[in-house]
Ligand binder design. Structure first.
Ligand SMILES: C[S@@+](CC[C@H](N)C(=O)[O-])C[C@H]1O[C@@H](n2cnc3c(N)ncnc32)[C@H](O)[C@@H]1O
Length: 254
């Protein structure tokens, strides 16, 4: 897959940062000494952690060079390093691992989360948020377009599966957690029109579908997808559309 585009991702910065704020608000720590923002992206989530914990030794980690460059521009005082969540192990002095909207991209994340939590010292916190939207029209329709077009063979295996049930996360993390808080929030983001919904997913969930396509194929895919999105997300009385967006939150304290 091509590298992430910070500019495309940040088109909806307010909406995308809202779950990071909601997640951070539930972290039961007053003064973490060392905090890690795993999958820091362009630094929007790192900025929130820095504001809440100005005395913490904070590092943002990400596997995307483009995202890290953007994050360094944004927060020159903070530290940002290249890392892969699939193999990263937190040091025993890390009090907070914050991971907003990243683990859904990490293969086998159900095994990764207990691996990270179990490496933390007593009292330390793993805070995770992941989109739980594979059953939403945005994601069902991208799979339908992928299956219906001349690109079907090329895109045969790109769809991500749905998140496992909450009980599965509970059972995986409970052996390593003194305190475990899991909840869902369904956001209804007010966007200008159906085209804005397409722009939103272009920055995230649509990337594996359109990155492998040649430019003309990509244009045809997006036109077909937009037509289906327009039908699935009718305009409100004021012309806006509501992007329904369920997200899963997990705050586990060692
Ligand atoms: C949707 S963005 C989230 C950015 C930010 N945390 C936020 O709250 O908006 C997901 C980020 O996870 C990063 N990422 C994906 N897979 C990763 C991996 N295996 N290791 C580290 N970072 C990864 C991507 O590069 C991207 O910057």
């Amino acid at each position: 897959m091509a590298d992430w585009s910070p500019a495309t991702y940040l088109k909806f910065e307010d909406e995308r940062t809202r779950p990071a704020r909601d997640l951070l608000a539930q972290v039961p720590l007053d003064r973490p000494r060392r905090a890690v923002d795993m999958g820091c992206g362009p630094g929007n989530s790192t900025e929130l952690i820095a504001a809440r914990y100005p005395d913490a030794d904070l590092v943002g980690l990400d596997s995307s060079p483009a995202m890290l460059a953007e994050a360094r521009n944004r927060l020159p005082a903070a530290r940002f390093e290249l890392a892969d969540a699939a193999s990263w192990v937190p040091g025993g002095d890390v009090d907070l691992v914050f991971a907003n909207a990243i683990y859904q991209w990490v293969p086998g994340h159900l095994a990764q989360l207990p691996r990270v939590l179990s490496a933390l010292a007593p009292g330390a916190v793993l805070a995770v948020q992941m989109p739980d939207n594979m059953a939403e029209p945005t994601h069902i329709l991208m799979q339908e377009v992928a299956a219906d077009g001349p690109w079907a063979e090329k895109l045969r295996d790109v769809a991500r599966g749905p998140l496992p049930p909450v009980l599965t996360y509970y059972d995986a993390l409970r052996p390593f957690a003194g305190r475990l808080d899991i909840w869902h929030t369904v956001y209804n983001h007010v966007l200008d029109d159906a085209a804005a919904i397409v722009e939103w997913v272009k920055g995230t969930g649509l990337r594996p579908f359109i990155d492998p396509l040649a430019p003309e194929e990509r244009a045809a895919f997006l036109a077909d997808y937009l037509a289906r999105i327009e039908k699935a997300y009718p305009a409100a009385a004021d012309g806006k559309v509501l992007l329904r967006f369920p997200r899963l939150f997990v705050v586990a304290q060692r």
